[in-house]
Write a new protein. Structure first.
Length: 290
């Protein structure tokens, strides 16, 4: 589940371009639920692995029942409506000719819509998405939803991309690439060594109080983002965030500070620092970060 930078959905055609930015990668074999408020501001995004085609609907319904708590969190995030996107194929697949006859997973879409209604969320649209082509599960008008799928107008797609590029949000080509981007740095890596050397000094300079420590980190990220992003300052920030992530209270306060009041100048650089904190973490710290 992710909290996104502020984005107001202008229409369903934007969804295939928007979803990868909200997930951080191009979804493949996935079910994506985008929660919206009454003004169609994106409040939260959820992605689930799409079960194999051989999984029967009753087993899928049981799996959905297990996610009721997560779906109910949509309302807690201020979302009372949603768009459902089904990505039935791998990330690099093309739109199949067979989708002209019918779309896959139609019965599963109905189950998802039912589960969302049960937690008070109205589904505005359900789409089958392959690449940037999409087709609605509820529209039979071939002029509106042609068999080969719709593609967003270039100006709409460019506007979505510009919104997130300005906020330093990038899209990776797949979930596997995202996972590999967080692979541990080797023990002798210069940045990892630099982080270790600076931990004691950073600890001595931290202000008293969890709130003040979090604000010091945010201010450090803001300052680093405005200057050439050198490795020494990055190492200090990673060492600082290591300390903030060492207790649940400070960790939750930090994540709330970054996401509840997202700042355009801070969010992208903070992601980079957090990613490096994962990559530079010692093995015993990885359980805490997970």
């Amino acid at each position: 589940m992710t909290r996104s930078p502020d984005f107001v959905l202008q229409g369903p055609d934007a969804l295939p371009v928007l979803a990868p930015y909200l997930c951080g990668f191009v979804p493949g074999r996935s079910l994506v639920v985008i929660g919206l408020d009454e003004n169609r501001l994106v409040r939260v995004t959820m992605r689930f692995d799409l079960p194999a085609d051989t999984v029967p609907d009753d087993a899928f319904a049981d799996e959905l029942a297990g996610t009721a708590g997560a779906l109910a969190a949509l309302a807690a995030a201020g979302a009372d409506r949603a768009a459902v996107l089904v990505y039935p194929l791998a990330e690099d697949a093309g739109w199949p000719e067979g989708y002209a006859d019918d779309l896959p997973h139609r019965s599963r879409v109905h189950l998802v819509e039912k589960a969302l209604r049960a937690v008070g969320v109205r589904v505005l649209e359900s789409l089958c998405v392959v690449g940037e082509r999409s087709r609605s599960y509820s529209c039979d008008d071939i002029d509106c939803c042609p068999p080969q799928g719709r593609v967003p107008a270039p100006e709409l797609a460019d506007a979505v991309r510009a919104h997130f590029i300005e906020r330093e949000v990038a899209v990776l080509p797949s979930r596997a690439v995202l996972e590999s981007s967080l692979d541990p740095r080797p023990p002798g890596d210069p940045l990892r060594r630099s982080v270790r050397r600076r931990r004691d000094g950073v600890l001595m300079r931290l202000p008293a109080g969890e709130g003040a420590q979090v604000e010091a980190f945010v201010e450090g990220v803001r300052s680093w983002a405005q200057l050439p992003r050198d490795q020494v300052r990055l190492a200090r920030l990673v060492a600082m965030v290591d300390l903030l992530l060492s207790t649940v209270g400070r960790r939750d306060l930090l994540l709330h500070r970054l996401t509840a009041r997202p700042e355009r100048a801070v969010l992208g650089p903070a992601r980079q620092v957090l990613a490096e904190a994962v990559r530079c973490a010692d093995d015993e710290d990885r359980v805490v970060l997970a």
